[in-house]
Structures are given as C-alpha cells and as structure tokens.
Design a protein. Structure first.
Length: 472
C-alpha cells in the first residue's frame, strides 16, 4: 500500500513538472493581434523597436532591391514568430546573423530561428527581397492596399490601414510602434524624402544617390512613407525652431510655397490648444498627380497636387493633416474600429483653425453644413461603429467632428479644451480607445458624458442639432 502511494505521488509530481516544462517551452508568436476588424494584422510574441529599410529603386521597372532589418524584443520564449509581408521574392532571412527557415502564406511570413529566442531578449531579423511592390495585390486600384505607388514622375507611399506589408516586412498594427531608418538609393535625377530628418546624401560611383533618413520618434507602420520625384526642397523654421521641410514638384514650387504659407502658424495654434508639437520635424511632400486625398504620414504629410493646388479648401486639408500629428500619430488607435478618434478629431481641429483664422461664424457655417449633409445622407454611419468595409465613411469624419462640437457646447470652452489637453497628454505616444476618451471627458468635466457621446458616436440616427450657444 505504501509503495502504491509513493508511485501515485511520484506520478503526480512528474505530471506537474512536465506541465511546468510545457509552460516554459518556447512558443509560436500569434499571427495576429486580434483587432476586431482586422484580426490578422500585426503579430504577437514580440515588440518591434526599430526598422532599417534599405532599398534601391529602379525608375524604369519600379523594381526595388531591399533589405529590411527589424530590431525587436521577445515578449515570451519564441520558437517561431511572424512578420506581415506580401509579394516579392525573398532571398534570405537571418535572425541574429544566422540563417533562419521561413514559410509564407499570403501576407504571413513565419520565421523559425536556428535557436529559440528567450523572453526579454532583443533580437535582429534581416529580410532581403526584390520585386515590384504591390504587384500581387488583387485590387490594383486601391492605392492604400498597395502601399507603394508608381506614378508618371515618381513614387509615393500611402499605406492606411494595411498597405505597409506590401513594401516592407513589418508588425503591421498601430499597437506596435517603432522608430525607423530609411536608406533609399535612386537615380541621380531624383530626390528621396521620407519620415524624420535627412541625415546624409551620398553621390555614389554609379549614377545614383543614396538618401538616409532617421525617424527617431516611434510611429505606426501605416504612417511610414517614401516619396521619390524631381523635388525642390523648401525649408523653414517652425515654432521653437522646429525643422520644416517641404518637397514640391520643381515646376510648382512657387505656387505650393504660397499654399503652405500658414503651415507654421497652424502648428503654433494647435500647440496653444493641445500641447507642444509631438515630433522632431514637420513638412509635406506633394506628388505631382491627382490623388483626391492627403495622408497624415508622420512628419512628412503626403498631398496630391490636385488637393494642394487650385482649390479654396487647401488650408483646411493642411490643418486636418497637421492635427493628425497629435491625434492619430501621437495618440494612436488601439483598434481600427475607433478610426473616428483620428478623423473626427482632425476634422474638428481643422474647424477650430477656421474659427481662429476667420471667426466663429465660419465655424458655425461649416458645422451647420456638415449637419445638414449628415441628416440627409444614407451613406454615413455612427462614428464609433463604422462598417468594416466602409471604414472611412463621412460619419467617421463629419459626425465624429460633431460629437466633439456637441461636447464643447455642453461643457463650455474652458472644460472642453481641458478635456482635449488631458486626453492628449495622457495618451500621447501610445494608444487609446473611444472608452478612454469618454472616461477622460467625464473625469475632467465632473459629469458622466457617456449618454451625450454615445448618442453622437453609436446611435444609428444622428441626434437633434443642439442650440449652438458657446459657453466660456
């Protein structure tokens, strides 16, 4: 009987030890971060800390020959992990300088290092590849899906929400921000502009030039950009000697310099109502092509020439994209469903600039026009509950802006701007949700703002337009 008891106890102990060993065994990092709308975007098991993207661009074929090096930190013991990466011929993958095995299914690149990675260990992944960016994207005309886009006189990169993985291997979700180095080699006639600041420009022995850009502030992957064209650089000093550098098509420099004349003043105004500009540099790159959009690519905003020229609302768009540097780029989304936190905020801040520069009547005129449109529209949706296949609909922008306007009218200007500053200060350089904003609004105002904001953000039907009487 004693012998049987000892054997049972020994068996239990061995089982516990085996289970503990299993728990400690290296695991596979998840192939997604569980975003409610895009569950496969991003990857688990590690945090990306820095990307070095080195590429040579062929202007005749749009082919790039590239190596992307990812410096990352393991969050657990990893036997394998994923990067988001679609297209291209992959030449080799190294982990800490040693050849790793890899497989790929669509845009999931699964990498198995020669030896498992240990929790809290910093490691380096190097992926070498070549090909034409976005060549295998099924929707050829969806520029954001392809990321890297060739046009007659150059290249621009616009990747929101998931196009980054079609030009470099990446942990492709705003929850994992990182700093960047871009080393871009182009034919001598071209200039390459990217995020951050230009740290070197080298004339090579062949007829090419290599531009090296450092983006030291962390950013979400969809905000990484490269712009290649025959640009003229226009520089200025912004508030607190902030470096401002614009890249304009050479034959449109004078017109565009006039269009962007108030760029620094808009930054200075936003600093007074939100807080200091959050990054190391600011500026714009204008692609000489009709894009019908602008994109808030961090520190170097992308504009199509049709947006920046020949339209009276260009300054409103500039203000919108600059506002994103605070709301969207610094305070980033925790999930794509909350896109109104980017677009509704940027839309309303552009209206605040309009109010500041042209008077409160102009703000009211524009907000009333938005409301009239929303009340009649069948295409706009509740801002905090947009359809996954119509993420950037008018409700996200215009009704999102109205949610902030209604809050301002309810609590008064002093409390409203305190809410904006507190929300920004609490979540700058990180990620936030709609619930986070409602919580801050309630805390700062001293009253529960859930009912008011839920009505504007979540109800199918737009709430009645409030009386637009501003309180101090």
């Amino acid at each position: 009987m004693k012998k049987f008891t000892i054997l049972v106890v020994l068996s239990v102990l061995l089982s516990v030890q085996f289970a503990a060993a299993q728990d400690d065994a290296p695991q596979a990092g998840s192939s997604g971060l569980g975003d409610p709308y895009f569950p496969d975007l991003g990857n688990g098991g590690y945090d990306a800390e820095h990307y070095t993207i080195s590429l040579i661009w062929d202007d005749e074929t749009n082919n790039i020959e590239a190596t992307t090096t990812v410096l990352a930190k393991a969050n657990l013991d990893l036997i394998t992990f994923n990067l988001d990466f679609g297209g291209f011929d992959i030449e080799h993958v190294l982990v800490d300088g040693t050849e790793a095995t890899f497989t790929r299914e669509e845009r999931e690149l699964a990498i198995t290092p020669a030896t498992p990675l240990r929790q809290d260990e910093t490691f380096e992944v190097m992926v070498s590849y070549n090909g034409v960016p976005g060549e295998d994207v099924s929707d050829y005309y969806d520029v954001f899906a392809r990321g890297w886009m060739r046009y007659p006189s150059g290249v621009y990169v616009a990747s929101e929400p998931d196009g980054a993985a079609y030009w470099y291997p990446v942990n492709d979700h705003p929850l994992d921000k990182a700093s960047y180095t871009f080393i871009i080699t182009v034919p001598d006639a071209y200039t390459a502009a990217a995020n951050g600041q230009l740290v070197s420009m080298v004339d090579n022995d062949d007829p090419t030039t290599t531009f090296t850009w450092e983006a030291r502030d962390e950013m979400a992957s969809y905000l990484a950009t490269v712009n290649i064209a025959e640009f003229t650089e226009v520089t200025a000093a912004g508030p607190h000697d902030l470096p401002i550098r614009h890249y304009f098509p050479a034959d449109k420099t004078d017109e565009l310099t006039e269009t962007f004349a108030n760029f620094s003043d808009i930054i200075a105004y936003f600093e007074t109502i939100i807080g200091p500009y959050p990054f190391e540099a600011a500026g714009a790159a204008v692609a000489d092509v009709r894009l019908s959009f602008a994109l808030e690519t961090q520190t170097l905003i992308l504009f199509g020439s049709d947006i920046a020229l020949g339209r009276s609302g260009a300054e409103e768009v500039i203000a919108h994209e600059l506002a994103h540097q605070w709301f969207g780029n610094s305070v980033s989304l925790a999930q794509w469903k909350d896109i109104w936190l980017n677009e509704g905020f940027a839309t309303y801040l552009s209206m605040l600039w309009l109010e500041h520069s042209e008077g409160q009547n102009e703000l009211l005129r524009q907000m009333n026009a938005y409301y009239t449109y929303l009340a009649r529209s069948r295409r706009s949706t509740a801002p905090a509950n947009p359809p996954q296949d119509n993420l950037f609909n008018d409700g996200v922008y215009l009704r999102g802006a109205w949610a902030l306007h209604a809050l301002r009218l309810s609590v008064g200007d002093a409390i409203f701007f305190d809410i904006l500053r507190t929300y920004y200060d609490r979540f700058k350089y990180s990620n936030a949700t709609t619930a986070d904003f409602i919580s801050v609004a309630s805390e700062v105002s001293g009253e529960d703002q859930s009912d008011l904001l839920h009505g504007w953000l979540l109800d199918d039907k737009i709430p009645p337009k409030p009386k637009q009487t501003f309180k101090p």
